[in-house]
Design a protein around this ligand. Structure first.
Ligand code: KIV
Ligand code: ZN
Length: 522
């Protein structure tokens, strides 16, 4: 393999999906995985199959359908975890099992309530077991950067001896610093010479805002795989951001001996929008690479400079990350064939009933909005994916808003079994009224925690995209909706969040009834 090639291991669907409030259905995960394939990542960590039947099903679907990247499933060192991971990824053209156990004393003592000797035994058994199934096995000593390097080296040496093909060194709690991480990796290479014959990987969290800097330090120290997530989502402050790593290598790789990734940078913006939309995690405006201001110039001096010569204040060209692709694609009179072609140009393969449904939505929107752009189509397709899960559906609503009377809403919500439920409420504002009318119709007393409205494109007739986070019995759940009518988009987002919350409550009740605690996620 090219010694300067850095492998991009995407964990948006596993570590990213562990962010609070994110609950992607299988269709949504598949859509993200297909887009990651177009982006050209090397590995997709598709999920943690033992954690729930839904996670297993999604990993299996990705393994069966997505061509190109290696598809990995995460597993603790337990036999059942490894079996579940293997069964989920086995149909992939290139499957991988990723198994992990902590090597820091703080985790061994308090979380695992075990001993170093036991950890060594578990690591050995897990890698051996995984290798019986699969030639591609990754091992991670969790919380490595807070662990004794000599002990971590012993565990890594065992993993290499048993046939691990990638060893990943996680900075699980985002604690290390670039120079410290470099020194740690150097010492590991000295203590475990076998690491030079396999791929060393880095996995850094962003608790101190150093995830990308630490990952890059790891690469300079010899690692050739970076674990990262689109928009930097992930546990707590998140993971290293994929787009930052890829563009860092693209922009400055030559300065460090020609290091590069295999990603198609022009797919970055679209991937970021898809992930933001489906997870409900908006990107901050000033976020590097994908924030809406990342290529905007506000001050007169900067604008003047860029107009004369782009390079005066820009180190990257916006088109390199795919930020030039919002041409008007369709109008009111466009037919089914044109829609299908436009969707295909955007990378969506839609046919049969899904195409009919998308066409119906497109016509509704085209009636209210003059031109339908690529960004609008992305929003419609994402919204249709949300419909693929069984749940409550907002059938119709009436909202009366006036500055002289309190707003009043009446709604009709269809339950998953087809029953229609009606409810009314007089609220503080029209959005409050529709949310509480939905609570009254369903009899579910959810509490609104967050509500956000964004415009998909500029202009007065822009599609509105809403995001709702609510809380039910101490669990939070999110939902999103799209429409030219903000109240409708809000109502759709609310019923979806409610469906997700109910699904979570039912899963927790089932787990409790079976006395099987949900596995602790890393
Ligand atoms: O942060 C972490 O340590 C992880 C491991 C499972 C790699 O996510
Ligand atoms: Zn992690």
């Amino acid at each position: 393999m090219d010694p300067n090639r850095v492998l991009i291991f995407d964990t948006t669907l596993r570590d990213g999906e562990q962010s609070p409030g994110i609950s992607l259905n299988t269709a949504e995960k598949l859509e993200i995985a297909h887009q990651l394939g177009r982006l050209g990542v090397d590995v997709i960590e598709a999920g943690f199959p033992i954690t729930s039947p839904g996670d297993f099903e999604a990993v299996q679907a990705i393994a069966r359908e997505v061509e190109g990247p290696i598809v990995a499933g995460l597993a603790r060192t337990h036999v059942q975890d490894i079996d579940a991971a293997w069964n989920a990824v086995r149909d992939a053209a290139r499957p991988r099992i990723h198994t992990f156990i902590s090597t820091s004393d703080i985790h061994i003592r308090h979380q695992l309530q075990s001993t170093r000797e036991d950890v060594k035994g578990q690591a050995r058994a897990a890698v051996t077991h995984a290798r019986q199934y699969c030639d591609d096995v990754e091992f991670s000593p969790m919380d490595a950067t807070r662990a004794d390097v000599e002990f971590t080296a012993e565990v890594c040496a065992i993993a290499v001896e048993e046939g691990a093909t990638t060893v990943n060194i996680p900075d699980t709690v985002g604690y290390t610093m670039p120079a410290e991480y470099t020194a740690y990796l150097k010492r590991l290479y000295e203590l475990v010479p076998g690491l030079r014959d396999i791929v060393v990987s880095v996995h850094c969290h962003d608790d101190l805002g150093l995830a990308v800097a630490n990952s890059f330090a790891g690469v300079l120290a010899g690692a050739r795989q970076v674990e990262c997530a689109v928009n930097g989502i992930g546990e707590r402050a998140g993971n290293a951001s994929l787009e930052e790593i890829v563009m860092l290598l693209h922009t400055r790789g030559e300065a460090v001996g020609g290091l590069h990734s295999g990603c198609n940078t022009r797919e970055i913006a679209r991937t970021s929008r898809l992930v933001a939309r489906l997870t409900g995690y908006a990107v901050q405006p000033n976020k590097a690479i994908v924030g809406r201001n990342a290529f905007a110039h506000e001050s007169g001096i900067h604008q003047d400079g860029v107009l004369k010569e782009r390079a005066t204040y820009e180190i990257m060209d916006a088109t390199t990350v795919g930020l030039d692709s919002n041409a008007i694609v369709l109008g009111k009179h466009s037919g089914r064939h044109a829609l299908r072609q436009a969707l295909e140009d955007l990378g969506f393969e839609v046919s049969g009933n899904a195409l009919n449904q998308a066409f119906h939505r497109f016509k509704e929107i085209a009636d209210r909005k003059k031109h339908v752009t690529a960004m609008d189509l992305e929003a419609i397709v994402a919204d249709e994916l949300r419909e693929e899960v069984e749940g409550y559906v907002l059938e119709w609503f009436d909202v009366e808003a006036s500055s002289r009377r309190p707003p009043h809403a009446t709604v009709c919500v269809r339950r998953p079994d087809g029953t229609e439920l009606k409810g009314s409420f007089t609220g503080d504002g029209p959005v409050d009224a529709i949310f509480r009318a939905i609570n009254s119709a369903t009899g579910i007393d959810a509490k609104l925690r967050e509500f956000r409205v964004d415009a998909v494109t500029g202009g007065q007739d822009a599609l509105g995209e809403t995001s709702v986070v609510l809380e039910l019995d101490g669990r939070s759940a999110a939902g999103q909706g799209v429409s030219t009518d903000i109240i409708e988009a809000a109502g759709r987002a609310y019923v979806r969040a409610l469906s997700n919350a109910v699904r979570r409550r039912e899963a927790a009740e089932r787990a409790e009834a079976a006395l099987e605690p949900e596995p602790a996620t890393p």
